[in-house]
Write a protein that binds this ligand. Structure first.
Ligand SMILES: [Zn+2]
Ligand SMILES: [Zn+2]
Length: 251
């Protein structure tokens, strides 16, 4: 890696539940001068990752927010690819996978000989690729975590899937970038809304936490995305983007 930046954030997929043509569900690549890791690995994300990198030792692992398929559907194929990288000598180590250990059947399904699978817990701190990651349990239909990634005073918070909750604001406070779900909007039928937030609630969260920029994420397949930005902007005065317009952030 030649260029030194504090944190580079690439949004590889952003659809909730299932991908749209040419796209992918949840997946974010974090790059530092010390390596790379993925947050979530939903349907279509692995192919997008290969546009940005390979599986040499620079690739350190994956944090899975929760074990719904739109957040981990590609993990099995990544395990095959890690196996291949070890076999052909482009890699000589396992990848680290952090995930909740429930639902038990899904936890069991992500165990693999070339993965070092570690259990996420509320409040834990870990370090990966030279970045500090703080883990926060959020409100979803199954066990689910948000991540705050910090390095040299720069920060990004990854916050999906969760219902709106003012008690989460302290965790998000002052982040340079908030990647926040907006699964529900006026007129959408994509989701029942249970365990999720609307575009307006994403705006309220960004405003209350005083973040530098809001990126709406985990978008509904039937959403009017420009309209969703306007709705979020009714609550938050700062810059609002969606990954269809900006997918790379240098922090
Ligand atoms: Zn989801
Ligand atoms: Zn989910």
């Amino acid at each position: 890696m030649t260029k030194d930046f504090t944190l580079k954030v690439d949004i590889l997929g952003y659809w909730g539940a299932f991908p749209q043509p040419g796209g992918a569900t949840s997946g974010v690549l974090i790059t530092t001068s010390e390596g790379k890791f993925l947050i979530d690995l939903g349907s279509g994300v692995l192919a997008k990752y290969f546009e940005h990198g390979n599986l040499s030792e620079q690739f350190q692992g994956v944090l899975l927010s929760h074990l719904h398929y739109d957040h981990m559907g590609d993990i099995g194929c990544l395990c095959y690819a890690i196996n291949h990288a070890n076999r052909v000598g482009t890699r000589s180590s396992k990848m680290i996978v952090y995930a909740p250990n429930s639902p038990a059947i899904m936890w069991k399904a992500i165990q693999y000989p070339y993965s070092d699978t570690r259990v996420l817990e509320d409040g834990m701190e870990l370090e990966i690729a030279g970045a500090k990651v703080t883990v926060k349990k959020v409100n979803h239909t199954i066990e689910c975590y948000a991540f705050r990634i910090e390095r040299n005073g720069r920060s990004v918070v990854f916050y999906t899937d969760s219902s709106y909750d003012e008690s989460h604001i302290d965790f998000i406070k002052g982040a340079d970038l908030l990647i926040c779900e907006a699964t529900v909007s006026l007129g959408t039928r994509h989701s029942t809304g249970r365990g999720h937030m609307s575009d307006i609630e994403a705006g309220m969260t960004a405003a209350a936490a005083g973040v530098g920029k809001l990126c709406l994420y985990h978008l509904p397949s039937d959403g009017d995305i420009p309209f969703m930005r306007i709705r979020a902007g009714s609550k938050y005065d700062g810059p609002i983007v969606t990954p269809d317009m900006v997918s790379e952030f240098i922090l």
